[in-house]
Design a binder for this molecule. Structure first.
Ligand code: GDP
Length: 329
């Protein structure tokens, strides 16, 4: 049987009012569309299912709902959908009056929660590129407060909402998606452990494990992530893939294989080192120049890391329960 059959794939639902930015998010994150091109996207008016599993490690599906869903419409099996959902992302347009969106959010999460309390509820306060820094914080505070007040009124204090400020015009949308996806990876603690061991034995400062196609990072070591470092990684992946697309092998779905690697020296005595890990994943490391002199050691440890990670994901094919189920055991 197909190890990645639909039951095993964590499914992410992307919901929100019409024009809140759902299709744009999907196109920018998974289809490399440039943010400006989204201005010409046609508005969605049908439920459309997007499966990005073929070229991406991230095995989830996006259900793009039209803004106005009718939960009492019996032609649509919400029960079946919510039961199979790992995370529900609700997109709110922060540049618009968001009262209506909040009403919808409340209706959506309460319905979903009743059918499946294990869903992760993620709220993207979106299009924040149009807001000043003060206005961003104020909007987040206001939305957070109103949304949670509504839940308390409905007696659903246990329902937890996570909030993210996002925009397709910078890396915030990738960062938010990374966090949403990470919560759905059962092996995350193991991966983080392996990364910690790898860097402490190799003199590496920081490391990210990336899904190359979407530039979602699925794990990192336990030192804090700063946005600039993450953005540098995204830029590096773009450069490597773009150059490979232009000059690399023809015919490959993405020009990325076992031989893929890149080294970039920054002007602050740091070296960035990118290496292929699996068909979909790459490691991006930040190493001080003097530590990079022991590249043989790094490569040896990398080899061990790669073997370990392949074992982790082989187990993944066999282990079916979700992370939440595992935690319960
Ligand atoms: P959907 O109906 O929810 O799928 O919304 P669309 O993806 O069609 O987006 C509606 C409009 O919002 C488009 O004109 C997009 O260019 C715009 N948009 C989407 N995301 C952003 C964002 O992060 N910032 C800004 N300023 N505009 C955005």
């Amino acid at each position: 049987t197909d190890p990645f059959s639909t039951e095993v794939k964590p499914r992410i639902l992307l919901m929100g009012l019409r024009r809140s930015g759902k299709s744009s998010i999907q196109k920018v994150v998974f289809h490399k569309m440039s943010p400006n091109e989204t201005l010409f996207l046609e508005s969605t008016n049908k439920i459309c299912r997007e499966d990005v599993s073929s070229s991406s490690f991230v095995n989830f599906q996006i259900w793009d709902f039209p803004g106005q869903i009718d939960f009492f419409d019996s032609s649509f099996d919400y029960e079946m959908i919510f039961r199979g959902t790992g995370a529900l992302i609700f997109v709110i347009d922060s540049q618009d009056d968001y009262m209506e969106a909040l009403t919808r959010l409340q209706l959506t999460v309460t319905s979903a929660y009743k059918l499946n309390p294990d869903i992760n509820f993620e709220v993207f306060i979106h299009k924040v590129d149009g807001l000043s820094d003060d206005h961003k914080i104020e909007t987040q505070r206001d939305i957070h407060q109103k949304a949670n007040d509504d839940l308390v009124d409905a007696g659903l204090e246990k329902l937890h909402l996570s909030f993210y400020l996002t925009s397709i015009y910078d890396h915030s949308i990738f960062e938010a998606f990374s966090k949403v996806v990470q919560k759905l990876i059962p092996q995350l603690p193991t991966l983080e452990n392996l990364l910690n061991i790898f860097i402490s034995n190799s003199g590496i400062e920081k490391v990210f494990l990336f899904d190359v196609v979407s530039k979602i990072y699925i794990a990192t070591d336990s030192s804090p992530v700063d946005m600039q470092t993450y953005e540098l990684c995204c830029d590096m992946i773009d450069v490597v893939i773009d150059i490979s697309c232009i000059y690399g092998l023809e015919g490959a779905e993405i020009p990325y294989d076992k031989e893929s690697l890149a080294i970039i020296k920054l002007n602050n005595t740091t070296v960035m080192y990118l290496k292929e890990v699996t068909k979909f994943l790459a490691l991006v490391c930040f190493v001080r120049e003097e530590s990079f002199e022991r590249k043989g050691l790094i490569d040896y440890n990398f080899h061990c890391f790669r073997k370990a990670i392949q074992e982790v994901f082989e187990v993944r094919l066999k282990v079916l329960p979700s992370r939440k189920q595992i935690q319960k055991i």
